[in-house]
Structure formats: C-alpha cells, structure tokens
Design a protein around this ligand. Structure first.
Ligand code: S3P
Length: 425
C-alpha cells in the first residue's frame, strides 16, 4: 500500500476500544458469574483470538454487534482442558497462562510464527513458584500448562517492567490460597487491577506493588471500554508532523499509566488540549485535540517507557522531525515485541533519509524540521510498524510504500480508512 504525502489533517474521529482492556474483558468475563456485557469492544485480529480462545474452552460469547459482546461466564474454575491457538496475541498467551494455571487439567497454547519467538519463561517462572507445572519450548510457545487446583499466593518481584507478567501472576492469584503480591521495578498499565477491583476482588495498591486476595466470584456486569490511546497515537503523531493540521480524537483512554505519549508530545512543544474528562468504570476518558506546531528534541528514559511502550516507534518518528538531538533509553523490551522494533524503526526511518542510530535499549536521533523523502518500509508482520509507515508517508515529500500493510488489522482493522478521512491532499 502506498501512502501519499498529506497537505493537512483536519477533523474529529473516535478510535476503537482499548486492546488491553478488550482482552481483559473477555478473559475476566469468561471467569465471571453470569453475563458480562461489554460495550465498545475493540474488535481486531488480536482480540478476536481471545474470543476464539475462550470459545474453544467452552465459554459462550455472543456477538451482539461488532463492538458489543455478551460473555456467559463459567466461574473461576470452570474451564475444561484443551488446546488454544493464540494467533499473534502476546497479551492473550501471557494472560491466559495465568488464568489456566489455576484450572484443573492440561492445556496447550500455540501461536503464530512471531508469537512463537517471544519470551514465555518470564510468565512460566512465577507461575511455577505458585505451584503450577509449565513447560515452554526452549522458552517459547508452544507452552503446556498443567493447572493446579492448589496454587498458593506468592510475593513476586518482576525482573522487567511488564504489565503482561504482572497480570498473569495476579490472574493466577485469583485461584490461589493466600494473597498474591507483584512488585514492579516501575509502574506499568494497571487495567487488570482496575477491572478486578470492579469485579469485587480485594485489591491493595501501592506505588510500586499490588496485592490481591483470592476471589470467590467475579461480578463484572457492564464494561464500557474507552478508546485505545495506542490507536489514537498515529493520528496524533500525523497531526503533530503535518503543518496546518488540527484534529480531535474523542473518548480516548487517559489512564495515567497509558498517557506517556501525550507527556512526550507536550515536552516536544506540541499544542495539545484535553476536554471533557470523565470516567468509564475505573478508567479515565477524554477528548484530545492536537494542532500542528514545530517540535523540539526530547529525552525518554526507562522509568517512562512502560507508559508509552507501544508508542515508542512514533516517538522516534516525531524526533526525526524535531529540531535537535533526541535520545530514547531503557526501551530494550522493544526488541521482544511482534518484531525487534528498535531495528525495524531504525532501518525504516534511515531508508527514508532520517538520522537515526539504534542503541541496545533505544535510539539516538538527530532531528531536522523538514519533510523526509520517503520510500518503502517492510512492516515485518508488526501492526505498529505498518502504522509508523503510514504516518511517515503522510509527513514525507514522496510518500511511503508499506509492505505488509494488512497487518494493521491485528490491532485496528479500520486504521487506513479512518486516517484517510482526516487527510487533505
Ligand atoms: C500489554 C502490555 C505491554 C504492551 C502490550 C499490551 C498489556 O506489554 O506492549 O501491547 O495489555 O498488558 P509488556 O507487558 O510485555 O510490556
């Protein structure tokens, strides 16, 4: 697919429901009592994998609409043994390992080629400490989970900042004896904790750790999912880069553990405004407006990385166009995402004419406030890299050809159409 340069982006849009919260709504809904009614479900390749996974395990999920589900929960220990295909979805595989650790029986988890290269021992290790038997294939999928009806709570210190690992341990803790605590090196997204609290679980939150008590039952009822800030980010980046742009994205999730990208944009000098702040359950929502203005360089450090981890490729693109030297550090986790995002971004942006050098844990970028030439980028099967290519194309002189653009459907099937609806050429 070829993305041609834009003259401007103007208008108002809303993006689909948050992917992280959508996965959690289905997994927790499956473990719930009775019906869970999910509104503004962010349907995508990844979240469909989660629906298919719980259906395989005998859970009835009604597709009321594209963005609306009713999940008929089977209770906290009601999932029968089986084989689950997790597709490309790392969040699904990691979280479901935690869910299955506390069920009785043998489960096999498989994934596509990319997911089968991603680290899974980071989840297996704490779950073994809790009493589950887990086998990985050289640290990767396929993974076998031998659940145990007799898990015990642990206090686990995360060796890396990962909401997926934290969530897996907490989900296993629902069916454990005694409390389960996860200590984090730096705070990561807390959607699991918030949803468990809403479901009636006793959750104690401290700045660097979270403890849950085992649950008797989950009562979710209605879940309203806010728009995904990670899906809003490419739109915000495009408007920040294309002169004369002025866009507003409505009903975006503004959970402070997800808004690192907005903070970075502000530090770069972007014109951002947030309106209409309100809450959906325990999550925060608002409308985000951005107007083009010239950007300055920025530094991003490890403490901030979890707050914008999926947006870092876009930060690199912004920095390429921002006057001065930018540095992103402490982002080594990007090397184990759907592809090695540090190298994918460096190779792609350099080929467009940008001054980017990769570091083991991020990038150094010498930014120049001018359009890049453009060219061709291989998405490498990674939805975030395809979206990066699209934004780079809009802000370029000659456009960008994206190889494997279809992969955007992993998180946002309507991405290109919605983006085009804002573009003036
Ligand atoms: C996610 C956590 C992050 C993020 C991923 C979704 C989640 O991964 O990159 O897209 O839903 O918990 P890590 O926990 O591995 O950092």
């Amino acid at each position: 697919m070829k993305i041609k340069p834009a003259v401007q982006l103007v208008g108002h849009v809303a993006v689909p429901g948050d992917k992280s919260i959508s996965h959690r709504s289905v997994l927790l809904g499956a473990l719930g009592e009775g019906e869970t009614h999910v509104h503004r479900f962010g349907r995508s390749g990844d979240t469909q994998s989660t629906i298919d996974a719980v259906r395989t395990l005998g859970v009835e999920v009604e597709d009321v609409a594209e963005d609306e589900l009713i999940i008929h929960g089977v209770g906290l220990r009601g999932l029968p043994p089986g084989t689950v295909d997790c597709g490309n979805a790392g969040t699904l595989m990691r979280l479901v390992m935690g869910v299955l650790a506390g069920q009785s029986g043998r489960f096999e988890l498989t994934g596509d080629e990319s997911l089968s290269t991603r680290p899974m021992e980071r989840i297996a290790e704490p779950l073994r400490q809790m009493g589950a038997t887990i086998e990985t294939t050289d640290g990767h999928a396929p993974v076998i989970v031998e659940g145990s009806g007799a898990l015990h709570g642990v206090s686990y210190e995360l060796p890396m900042a990962s909401a997926q690992v934290k969530s897996a341990v907490l989900l296993a803790g629902l069916n454990a004896e005694g409390p389960t605590t996860v200590v984090e090196p730096v705070p990561t997204r807390d959607h699991t904790e918030l949803m468990l609290e809403s479901a009636g679980v006793h959750v104690t939150r401290r700045p660097r750790s979270v403890t849950i008590e085992p649950a008797i039952a989950l009562h979710l009822g209605e879940i309203d999912i806010p728009g995904d800030i990670s899906s809003a980010a490419p739109f915000l980046a495009a408007a920040a880069l294309v002169p004369g742009s002025d866009i507003t994205i409505h009903d975006v999730n503004l959970n402070p553990r997800r808004t690192g990208f907005l903070d970075v944009l502000e530090r770069m000098g972007a014109h951002l405004a947030i309106f209409n702040r309100h809450k959906a359950g325990r999550e925060q929502i608002g409308d985000v407006q951005i107007q083009y203005t010239e950007l300055g360089a920025v530094e991003v450090n490890g403490n901030e990385v979890p707050l914008l981890v999926d947006e870092l490729p876009l930060v690199a693109l912004l920095a390429v166009h921002a006057r001065g030297k930018s540095v992103v550090r402490g982002a080594q986790e990007l090397r184990v995402k759907e592809t090695d995002r540090i190298e994918a971004v460096t190779d792609g942006l350099r080929s467009f004419g940008a001054h980017v050098t990769s570091r083991p844990d991020g990038w150094e970028i010498n930014g120049v406030p001018t359009r890049l030439k453009g060219g061709r980028i291989d998405a490498r099967g990674d939805h975030r890299i395809a979206m990066l290519g699209a934004v780079a194309g809009l802000a370029s002189r000659e456009g960008v050809e994206i190889v494997g653009a279809d992969t955007v459907a992993i998180s946002f099937p309507g991405f290109f159409q919605l983006l085009e609806s804002l573009v003036k050429r």
